[in-house]
Design a protein around this ligand. Structure first.
Ligand code: IPM
Ligand code: MN
Length: 376
C-alpha cells in the first residue's frame, strides 16, 4: 500500500505530551505513514501573530491527514495582550486555530464517539455528529446590532427597556447546503458503524421556523435510509437522556453549538474528556484531535490521559482505510481503561501519561489473540 503523509501538529500545553506518548502505536502496528511535524498554536500566535503560520498550511496542503495535539484558545482581548508589542501595533487578529482549520478546509462534520470504555453498568456506544462550519459559529456575531437588523430587533421589550442601546446579536446560520451534507453524513455514519437510530438534537419548541426547516431536510434525507430510525428531540431532553439512558442513542446529529455542548456532555458520560476523540471531516480530507484542550496548568507534569490521543489516532487510521488497526487501538483502550491500576488520575488511577500509554500499546500488540471476554 502507498505510504501516506500525516501532518502532526502537537500544539500547546498537554498536546505534545499526549501525542508523544501515543504516536509510537503507529509504528507498533506497522501502518505505512510518514509523520511530518509542524507548528501551530499559542507560541506561533505570540511570536508571529498567527496561530497557523503559512508553513503549516503548506504542510497541511501536501498531507493526507492532520493529527493535532491540543491548542489554546483565548478570547481576542486576552490574546492580543500576549502578542509581541510590534505585532500588537499592527493589529493582528486572533482566530482559534482549530476554527481556522475547520472553516478553511471546509471540514463540515465533527464526529465524536461516546462509549462505555470504563465498563460497569449498561453498555452503550453512540456518537455525536456535530456540524462544524455554520450555526452560531458562522461568524455572524455582533457586539452592536448592525443598522440593517434594527427593524427586526427594535420591538423586543428588552430592547425598548434598554433604550435601544447596547444590544448584541448572534445569528444561527443554517443553509440547505450545510444541513443536507451534515444530515447525510449522520445517516452514512449510522449505516457504516451499525447504529439503528439517528437523533437530531434541535429546539423545535422555541426556534420554531428554523427547526421546522431542519426537520423537513431530515425527513427528505432519511427517506434514502429506510433501515435507520430517525427522530427529532429537543436538545435539552437529549442532554438528560444521554446521562440517564445513553444506550438509547446511535448517531446524535446537531448544529455547531448544540453539538459542541453535547459532545462535552458525552465526555462527561464516559468518565471524562480523557476518553473523548474527534474526527473533523470534509471533502478535502480531515483533521483529528482529542476533544480535550491544552490544559496549560497540567502541562509538563506527565499526568494527562493519553487515551483520547490513542482513540483519535484510531479515528484517523479508520479514515485512511486501516480499519483493523483502528479496531485494535479501540480494543486496547477498552482493555486498559477497565484496569484501575493502569489508568491516569482522571479515571481514578495513578499511572503517568507514559505508563498508561505503554499499557495501551502493550494491549494493542496482544489484542488479536485476546478476545474481549477474556480480557474482562
Ligand atoms: C471544541 C472546542 C472548540 C469549539 C473551541 C476551543 C473553539 O471547544 O473543539 O469543542 O468550541 O469548537
Ligand atoms: Mn467544545
Amino acid at each position: 500500500m502507498n505510504r501516506k503523509t500525516i501532518a502532526v501538529l502537537p500544539g500547546d500545553g498537554i498536546g505534545p505530551e499526549v501525542l508523544d506518548a501515543a504516536l509510537p502505536v503507529i509504528e507498533y502496528l506497522g501502518v505505512p505513514l510518514d509523520l511530518e511535524f509542524g507548528d501551530i498554536g499559542w507560541e506561533c500566535w505570540r511570536a508571529e501573530g498567527n496561530p497557523v503560520p503559512d508553513r503549516t498550511w503548506e504542510l497541511i496542503s501536501r498531507s493526507d491527514a492532520v493529527l493535532l495535539g491540543a491548542t489554546t484558545s483565548k478570547p481576542p482581548r486576552e490574546a492580543a495582550a500576549q502578542l509581541e508589542p510590534e505585532l500588537r501595533k499592527r493589529g493582528a487578529q486572533y482566530v482559534s486555530p482549530i476554527i481556522q482549520l475547520r472553516q478553511q478546509l471546509d471540514l463540515f462534520a465533527n464526529l465524536r464517539p461516546v462509549e462505555n470504555y470504563l465498563g460497569g453498568g449498561t453498555p452503550y456506544r453512540f456518537c455525536v455528529v456535530r456540524e462544524n462550519t455554520e450555526g452560531l459559529y458562522a461568524g455572524l456575531d455582533f457586539r452592536d446590532v448592525p443598522d440593517e437588523m434594527w427593524p427586526l430587533v427594535a420591538e423586543h421589550p428588552n430592547v425598548l427597556r434598554s433604550g435601544h442601546a447596547d444590544t448584541t446579536a448572534s445569528i444561527r446560520l443554517q443553509t440547505s447546503h450545510g444541513l443536507d451534507r451534515i444530515l447525510r453524513f449522520a445517516f452514512e455514519t449510522a449505516r457504516h458503524r451499525g447504529y439503528e437510530r439517528v437523533t437530531l438534537a434541535d429546539k423545535p419548541n422555541v426556534l420554531r421556523h428554523s427547526s421546522a426547516y431542519v426537520r423537513q431536510r431530515l425527513e427528505t434525507i432519511a427517506a434514502d435510509y429506510p433501515e435507520i430510525i430517525s427522530e427529532v428531540l429537543n436538545v435539552d431532553a437529549v442532554a438528560l437522556w444521554m446521562v440517564r439512558r445513553p444506550e438509547r442513542f446511535g448517531v446524535v446529529v446537531a448544529e455547531n453549538m448544540f453539538g459542541d455542548i453535547l459532545s462535552d456532555l458525552g465526555g462527561g458520560v464516559m468518565g471524562g474528556l480523557g476518553l473523548a476523540a474527534s474526527a473533523n471531516i470534509g471533502e478535502a480530507g480531515g483533521y483529528f484531535e482529542p476533544v480535550h484542550g491544552s490544559a496549560p496548568a497540567m502541562a509538563g507534569q506527565g499526568r494527562a490521559n493519553p487515551a483520547a490521543a490513542f482513540l483519535t489516532i484510531g479515528l484517523m487510521l479508520e479514515h485512511l482505510g486501516f480499519a483493523s488497526e483502528a479496531e485494535g487501538i479501540q480494543e486496547a483502550v477498552r482493555h486498559v481503561a477497565r484496569r484501575r491500576d493502569r489508568v491516569t488520575y482522571d479515571l481514578g488511577g495513578t499511572a503517568t501519561t507514559t505508563e498508561a500509554a505503554a499499557s495501551i500499546i502493550d494491549a494493542c500488540r496482544s489484542a488479536p489473540d485476546m478476545p474481549t471476554a477474556a480480557i474482562l
